[in-house]
Ligand binder design. Structure first.
Ligand code: AP5
Length: 219
């Protein structure tokens, strides 16, 4: 069982690579962003507050996201977890370590996906996803084969995210550099950190991640 974290700024390609790992290796994808997007449609007071925070580009409280992950880990017996967008703060990193330890598991690799800000803006502004199966596309780098139709499931429910605009992205990047990037040092110190070039083409990034997984497995 291999447990990994995909760590990187908004638009680094975490979701894109996580979906490939699910397909190719049968791992379970745990994205706190996806969980929170589901929570915001619940019609509850909590959902309404979460929506406001996400649309601004700020971080949701540690308490809420740690609770979501705890719930998922308790209900899954997986061949390995991909943590995507979690942890995002030092408190979340400590909580994840404790949760894994409690269930007799460990973290095998933290993969930092490095992409410069200019490319992130380009990626975020062109992104759209399938509302039915979650497949991720881009206007220029990964368009659908038939316009307006998902390649994977044939749905025409293609959506853009409410927080994929210039103002929210600025806040999301600031939150990343202020609260999440210290995790690079945290995991480097723990000996778990691997870095891949997230600016490479999607297939090349996937290869680099596969190499890290092989390395982590044999260590
Ligand atoms: P979340 O959903 O986690 O968003 P994010 O971290 O901002 O990351 P993204 O989903 O935007 O990007 P990605 O790295 O997955 O890139 P993708 O593969 O889509 O979080 C959203 C919000 O929820 C947060 O702002 C916060 O409010 C809240 N939240 C979530 N988790 C939280 C937590 N733990 N604590 C507190 N709050 C939390 O790719 C982007 C685009 O680029 C796509 O169009 C894709 O096709 C394209 N692309 C991908 N790879 C490449 C490549 N190699 N070359 C060219 N194009 C590429």
């Amino acid at each position: 069982m291999t447990n990994i974290i995909l760590l990187g700024p908004p638009g680094a390609g975490k979701g894109t690579q996580a979906r490939r790992l699910v397909e190719e290796r049968g791992m379970v994808h745990l994205s706190t962003g996806d969980m929170l997007r589901e929570a915001r449609t619940s019609g509850t007071e909590m959902g309404r507050k979460v929506a406001e925070v996400m649309d601004r580009g700020d971080l949701v409280t540690d308490e809420i996201v740690i609770g979501l992950i705890e719930e998922k880990l308790a209900g899954e017996n997986a061949r390995g977890f991909i943590f995507d967008g979690f942890p995002r703060t030092l408190a979340q990193a400590d909580a994840l370590g404790a949760l894994l330890k409690r269930s007799g598991n460990r973290l095998d690799a933290v993969i930092e996906m490095r992409v410069d800000d200019e490319a992130l803006v380009e990626r975020i502004s062109g992104r759209f996803t399938c509302g039915q199966c979650g497949e991720v596309y881009h206007d220029k780098t990964r368009p659908t084969k038939a316009e307006g139709v998902c390649d994977e499931c044939g749905s025409t429910d293609l959506r853009r995210r409410a927080d994929d605009n210039a103002e929210s992205l600025k806040t999301r990047l600031m939150e990343y550099y202020k609260k999440t990037s210290p995790l690079i040092g945290y995991y480097y110190h723990a000996g778990d950190l691997f870095t891949v070039d997230g600016l490479a083409e999607i297939d090349q990034v996937a290869k680099a991640i596969a190499n890290v997984l092989d390395q982590a497995k044999s260590s």
